[in-house]
Design a binder for this molecule. Structure first.
Ligand SMILES: [Zn+2]
Length: 175
């Protein structure tokens, strides 16, 4: 899909260039988005990485498989992360990679996790082109950045990034 030739007047946010490390982990989250789709779920993936570069948790969306409307990739990864019982200071140095811009629910969960950095692939605006106008596919139009800005601790947010790669799993995935 070519977002730039769209006839609508929506101006999509500019892409951020990533360094090798961020690119590697975001691509890992994108791999999870394809895995989620293959299992019949919404195509989203998430990977959480420590400051030292250890993958702490990873997951795909499992809405369809579980019937759980909160089973977004970020929530699933955060729940897997909980088993490690890591101190908040360590989580502050971790980065959450999401193949798609976190929704308002996931942004809230990221806030509660104390994870201090987020890198995402396709942004919510471009995602809305795939979601279309169907009520059950539309998202709440509140940016994750608005949630992060309201946080008393800093949450760095980088994205959109690797948009073409992150978009591929969405091609034909929405009704
Ligand atoms: Zn979400």
């Amino acid at each position: 899909m070519n977002f730039h030739s769209d006839t609508h007047t929506v101006i999509y946010p500019a892409e951020t260039a990533l360094d090798e490390r961020d690119g590697r982990y975001l691509r890992k989250a994108i791999v999870w988005s394809h895995a989620a789709r293959r299992r019949g779920n919404r195509p989203f993936g998430c990977v959480i990485v420590s400051a030292a570069g250890e993958v702490l948790a990873e997951a795909g969306n499992s809405n369809a498989e579980t019937g759980d409307c909160t089973a977004h990739a970020e929530i699933n990864a955060l729940r897997a992360l909980a088993e490690r019982k890591l101190p908040r200071e360590e989580l502050a140095g971790a980065t959450l990679y999401a193949s798609g811009e976190p929704c308002v629910m996931c942004a809230g969960a990221i806030f509660w996790s104390n994870i201090g950095r987020v890198v995402f692939g396709i942004d919510a605006e471009r995602l809305r082109v795939f979601r279309g106008e169907r009520q059950d596919q539309r998202d709440a139009e509140l940016s994750c950045r608005d949630v992060f800005r309201a946080s008393p601790h800093p949450i760095e947010c980088i994205g959109p990034a690797l948009v073409d790669e992150a978009s591929a799993a969405h091609d034909g995935a929405w009704k």
